[in-house]
Structure formats: C-alpha cells, structure tokens
Design a protein around this ligand. Structure first.
Ligand code: C2E
Ligand code: MG
Ligand code: MG
Length: 711
C-alpha cells in the first residue's frame, strides 16, 4: 500500500498537528508516572515488610536474651505469631536443624507432613549463611519471609547455641494501610496529571489554536479590516507579526482592486461612470426597489448637435462639450442619482428611491433647459441640445435590459419627432416596434406577391381647374391587414433598404400608366413619382430611370421626380449630381413638402428644380389671419424669383383655392379636386377631361393643359 505521509500530514489541521503530539506526550508521561509509581511502591512495600520483620525478630531476640525458659519464649512467640500479619515464626537450631518454636498450634504436624523440619531448617540456615540472601525471601505473591541470625543463647540451662529466627509475613496485611494510601496517592497524581493536561490544552487552545483558526477564518472570509484585526495586530508574538503582514497585504490588494474597479467603471473623459457601472447600479437599484416598493426611473440622453460640433469645431471642442455636459448633468441631478456616459454623446441617469414618476419629468426638464442654453467653449458658442427618453420600474418593465430598450425606444421617438424634447416610454411605442417588425417581415414578399397598387392624385390648374398632371402614390393591399398607407411602411422600407425595389416598381408602373394613356389616345399628362434619399444615392439611379422610360416607350418629359426637402439636404453633393443627371435626361424635378425641412436657400439655387410643392400643413393652417398666409406667400414669391413653378398640396376647401390663387400659386392638389384614386378611376377622369371646380370645366374641344414642368 502506498501512503504519502507528507501529504497526509500536510492535510491535517494545525489543531491536530499540535494536539496529537501533545496527547501522545501526555499519555507517555502518564504511563511512565504509573510505572514509576508501581516500582517505587513495591520498593516501599518491601521496606515496610522488612521493617516489620526486623521489629518481630528484634522482639524475639530480646525475648531470647531475657527469658530463662523456653516455655516462656514459646508463649511470647505465640502472642507475636497471633498477630494478623504474621504467617509463620520459627526459631531454628542450625546445629540440630531443629525447629522448636512456632506460633501455630498445628504447626509441628503440618510441618512434619509438608516439609520435614530438618529440611526447612537447613534451607533457612542456608539462606542465613549466604550473605546476599539475608533479608527478605519472597515466598509466592502474598507472603514474604525474613531470616535473621540470633546471638548465642542459653535456654533451659543448655549450652549456648546460635539460633536462627525465621519470620514469614502476610505482605498484604503488612502493606494494607500503605497500599490504600498509595492508591489514593496514585489516583490523586493521575487526577493532577489529567488536570494539568486539561489546563495545558486549554492554554494551548487559547494561545495558539484559537488565534490561528480566527486568523485563518478572517483571511478566508476576506473581511480583513483594521478593526477586526486589532486584537491580533496589537500582539507582539508571531501571531501579531503574521496578522500585521496579512492585514498589510490584504489592504494593498484591496486598494489595487478598488483602483482597478474605479478605472474599469469610470469614463476617462468626463469622470462619470461608464456602461459597466451603469449596469451594476441599475441591477442594484432594481433589487433595492423590489424590496422597498419604490420607483426607479431610467433616463437615456443623447446630444442633438454633437456630430456637427465635432465636425465643424473639432474634437477638442467636442471633448470639452462632453465634459461640460457631464458637469451639467451632475449638477442637475441629486447626489444619490447615478449619472454615466454610455458612450459617444449618449448619457444615462438612474434615479431610484422615488415615490412618483413626476419628479423625474421635472429633473429631465431641468436638464433640457440647462442644455438648451448656449455654452461658450474655446471662444465658440455651442448649442448642445438634448433628447431624453425615460422609462420606469416597475410600470414599464422589471428587467434591466427591457428597461434599457424602452428608454432607447422613447429616445428614438424624440429623435424621430424633431429632437430637443422628452419622451416617456409608453406601451404603444412598444407595440409600434412590434408592428414595425411585422411590416419589415411582410415587405419582403409584398412585391413578388403583387400586393402593391398605385393610386393617382390629380394636380390641377388653380384658376381653371384643368388637369395639369398627377402624382403616383403607392398603396399596400395587405392580405391580412387590409390597406396600409405609405406613411406606415415607407419609413420601414427606407430603413431596411427595400425602398429602392419599391421605387423601381412605382417607376415601372407609372411609366406603364403613361404608356396606357397614350395608347388610349388620351392627351398624356406628366406623372410625378416620389423618390427617397436612398434612391438618389444609387449611382445607377439615372440609368435605371432612363431604362424604365425606354422600356415603356415614354418620353422623359412626362415623368416628374418628387424629392422631399429633407432628402435633398443629406449628402448634398451626391444628390445634386443625381438630380442634374435626371434633369439632363429630361425628367423634371419638384421639391415636396417644401417649407418643412429648413432647406438652405444657398443650396436651393444649385438644385435643378422646376417646382416647389407647398407642404399641406401650411395650406391647412391658412385662416383669415393674414399671418397664416405668410409662409405660402413667401414660397410663392420665392418660386417666382427662382423662376420655377409652385403647387400647393392638401387643398381641401374652396377658400384655400381662392386664397392660393390670390397669392399667385398657379397649381393645386388636394381632396377638393380629387383624392388619390386607382388607375381606372384616374383614366376615367382623364377621359372625361374633368375640370375643377365643375362650373369652370374647360371646353371639351380646348387643348388639354400641358404639364407645367415640361422642360
Ligand atoms: P406626399 O408625397 O407629400 O404625398 C401627398 C400626401 O398627401 C398623400 O398621402 C396624399 O394622399 C395626401 N393628400 C393629398 N391631398 C390631401 C388633402 O387634401 N388633405 C390631406 N389631409 N391629405 C392629402 P399618402 O398617399 O398617404 O402619402 C404619404 C406620403 O408617403 C407621401 O407624401 C410621400 O412622401 C410618401 N409616398 C407615397 N407614395 C410613395 C412612393 O411611391 N414612394 C415614396 N418614396 N414615397 C411615397
Ligand atoms: Mg409627393
Ligand atoms: Mg407632400
């Protein structure tokens, strides 16, 4: 059997390493003491027996010296022999080998039978003659004999002879008293030894084992702090030294860990916490709120103009702006709130222990106001602006990841609706996302399954009501959801890129429609197609348009492209390039929703535009108040100055038509004339040469008005 002694010993706890040898030593000492005791005790007993034998033989010697008749001696010896501890008393005459005195009445007879007197006498005499064996003779376990030479005596007038006195004692009786005492002494000694061991082990335990186990427990629990360690570190012994070293290394380790943790959890630029700290604090806040039943609010903040600041004023100013924002966020928040920078220009605030959510709105408003103030950085006036999305526990969600998503969604909403605002997460926002995902999924198959249809809305001459063109507007006939308006799916298609396929489909359909009109012998009107920013960034877009026109056999002059104002303001150079190529092809271009996109007039001059479309919100806002006419009037004047046409969208009432007419807006589009209609209804209206208003209907024979934007 192989047995690794070292590892076995190593695995033994120090307690047992100390206690086991200690117990072993105590056992050895105890056993040695007992053995020593027995040796000493038997020696002592021997001396007791010897003393007693000496005493008896001295008495007999004295009697021999003083008594004249051996009968007197016999009586005296009989008295002595009757004592309890005396087994046998003999007076032997070595000359005759005759035993003549015994204490026992029946002695002579028994001696005669078991041991002839002569033999006994010679044995006794022999023992006297051998000096070494003088003294004690052990006869069995329970008796001891003692023989002594007596002086020459003259008894009964006989000649003097040397006699031997033989004493045999019952050792038990002799030592009875002393052994009782010795037993008590032994028990006392053992008890004292046991007590000493107990005291020693208690001391050992208190002084060595207990401090050692406490030290190892402290080290193990890693709750090493100066206060709990004080009883140890104050000591001057090895434990003191050990605990001081342990405390020092733990303190150093903790300081290093703290330093590392702070570094790992903070944002080096702003000094705020980072995403790591954010996650940890959010978990803690939610756990605490679960116990306390309070509310936790989570705010995600995103700077509105950070990219512009970075691009125009440089990264140094950008960095300083982020630091300034960090200070403002800290100052606008409570001490207990967690303010972190999640990355880039995105910040987050966790406000916990709230009774109501209202306080957070006040908090968010305070931040919004502070960040809408211009900031002076390196002599530049910077307008950071911020959008804030807010969600709360437990109303909106209980899971930290879901809460974060909610806040992001609310923030996205603010951004989509024009920035610089606050949005609380609502469940509807979430539903919108779900709907959005469903739309995105269904869009993939919608074209191949021919679920799209193209509607046409007339553009008319504001004064005469004659048809001057049409706008193609896409509709989605969803097999389950019914008709889905473009406002719902166009943004999704723009986001996932499928808008390009949609535009191709619309272009093909619109050109086919123009072809159909021509084939039917109808006077063709130009049809406008809406295109998105992504289309304008396609390098092959112009080729695509040209190919579609060629395939349908339609002249470019009948096609119009509508781009929204915000679309053309992105990647201006690229967009201008595409628009110029389209224009060179012969396609006309109009700017849709004009007035809503804060377009730069400087750029506008560079765009090869033929028409501005006044956004329907300005038309809807027109009332008796002259101020409400200002923007449409401005756009009409601008168009005139730029030498382009102008058309108003969303004209719903006769009053609006008249007002627009009075402003000089030559064309209009809206429900007053016709809603967007399917191809068949559109063709019908063309066939009828419908004129709006009806009373102004043009004469059948008159020429159909030409498209205004024909190049
Ligand atoms: P838009 O290009 O400004 O189109 C005009 C919108 O105003 C159309 O909404 C039209 O139905 C609506 N409208 C016309 N007259 C009136 C009126 O008198 N009152 C009111 N309240 N609304 C009127 P629709 O068809 O829902 O289209 C919405 C937007 O979707 C369009 O705005 C356009 O930006 C986009 N869109 C539509 N079809 C397409 C397309 O094929 N491609 C692209 N990229 N976008 C499209
Ligand atoms: Mg349009
Ligand atoms: Mg429009």
């Amino acid at each position: 059997m192989s047995f690794d002694t070292n590892s076995w010993l190593d695995n033994l706890s120090v307690k047992w390493k100390i206690l086991a040898p200690f117990c072993f030593l105590a056992g050895v000492i105890g056993l040695s003491l007992i053995a020593l005791f027995f040796v000493a005790f038997s020696r002592y007993q021997d001396s007791v027996v010897e003393d007693r034998a000496k005493h008896l033989s001295s008495s007999i010697v004295y009697a021999l010296e003083t008594m004249r008749y051996h009968t007197e001696l016999e009586r005296y010896v009989a008295i002595l022999g009757a004592e309890v501890d005396v087994d046998l008393l003999l007076i032997v005459d070595p000359a005759t080998e005759y035993v003549f005195v015994s204490n026992r009445v029946a002695f002579r007879e028994s001696m005669a039978r078991d041991l002839p007197d002569g033999a006994l006498a010679s044995e006794v005499v022999q023992s006297i003659e051998e000096p070494s064996s003088r003294g004690m003779l052990m006869w069995g376990a329970n008796t001891a004999s003692y023989a002594v030479a007596a002086p020459s005596l003259r008894l009964d007038g006989a000649r003097s002879r040397e006699l031997v006195i033989f004493v045999r004692l019952k050792t038990k009786s002799v030592t009875a008293q002393s052994s009782g005492m010795a037993q008590q002494l032994a028990i006392g000694l053992l008890a004292a030894l046991a007590l000493a061991m107990l005291v020693a082990s208690k001391l050992l335990y208190d002084l060595v084992i207990s401090p050692l186990s406490k030290l190892s427990a402290i080290a193990h629990a890693r709750t090493v702090d100066p206060e709990t360690m004080a009883p140890f570190t104050r000591r001057l012994d090895e434990f003191g030294e050990l605990s001081r070293s342990v405390l020092q290394s733990f303190t150093e380790a903790r300081e290093n860990a703290n330093r590392f943790e702070i570094q790992a959890q903070s944002d080096s630029l702003t000094g705020l916490g980072n995403r790591v700290l954010f996650k940890e604090r959010l978990h803690m806040a939610l756990a605490h709120a679960e116990r306390s039943g309070k509310i936790v609010a989570l705010m995600i903040l995103d700077l509105d103009n950070f990219k512009d600041v970075n691009d125009t004023l440089g990264h140094d100013v950008g960095d300083q702006l982020l630091q300034r924002v960090a200070t403002i966020l800290k100052e606008s928040s409570r001490q207990v709130d967690t303010v972190v920078r999640l990355g880039g220009d995105e910040f987050a605030i966790i406000a916990d222990d709230l009774d109501r959510i209202d306080g957070v709105l006040v908090h968010a408003n305070r931040i919004l106001t502070a960040l809408s103030e211009p900031q002076m950085i390196n002599g530049h006036e910077v307008h950071p602006g911020v959008s804030i999305g807010i969600t709360s526990y437990p109303q909106d969600a209980r899971d930290p990841d879901v809460l974060l998503k909610n806040a992001d969604l609310a923030l996205y909403r603010v951004k989509a609706e024009g920035r610089g605002n606050i949005q609380l997460y609502r469940h509807e926002l979430h539903l919108k996302v779900i709907e959005r995902n469903a739309i995105e999924r269904d869009l993939r198959t919608a074209i191949t399954e021919e679920q799209f249809v193209l509607y046409y809305q007339l553009k008319v001459d504001t004064e005469t009501g004659g048809i001057v063109g049409a706008e193609a507007l896409i509709r989605w006939r969803h097999p389950e959801r019914g008709m889905i308006p473009p406002d719902v799916f166009i943004p999704v298609a723009e986001k996932n890129g499928s808008i390009c396929k949609l535009t191709d489909w619309v272009l093909t359909e619109a050109c086919a429609e123009i072809r159909r009109m021509m084939d039917m012998g109808l006077p063709p009107v130009s049809v406008a197609v809406n295109v998105s920013a992504l289309d304008l960034r396609r390098p092959d877009f112009t080729d695509q348009v040209a190919a579609t026109l060629v395939r349908a056999g339609v002249s470019p002059k009948y096609l119009e492209i509508e781009v929204t104002e915000s679309t053309v303001m992105h990647d201006v150079d690229q967009v201008i390039g595409t628009l110029r190529r389209l224009r060179a092809l012969g396609v006309s271009i109009s700017i849709d929703d004009f007035g809503t996109g804060y377009s730069s007039l400087a750029y506008l001059k560079q765009f090869p535009v033929q028409t501005l479309k006044i956004d329907r919100s300005f038309v809807a806002d027109m009332t008796d108040d002259l101020n409400s006419h200002a923007i449409p009037q401005l756009i009409v004047d601008l168009a005139r100055n730029l030498g382009v046409s102008v058309i108003a969208e969303g004209v719903e009432t006769e009053e609006q038509r008249e007002l627009l007419l009075s402003m000089g807006c030559g064309q209009a589009q809206g429900y007053l004339f016709s809603p967007p209609v399917p191809s068949a209804a559109f063709v019908e209206m063309l066939e009828d040469k419908v004129c709006f208003p009806r009373e102004n209907k043009l004469d059948e024979s008159s020429d159909s008005p030409l498209p205004v934007s024909v190049a």
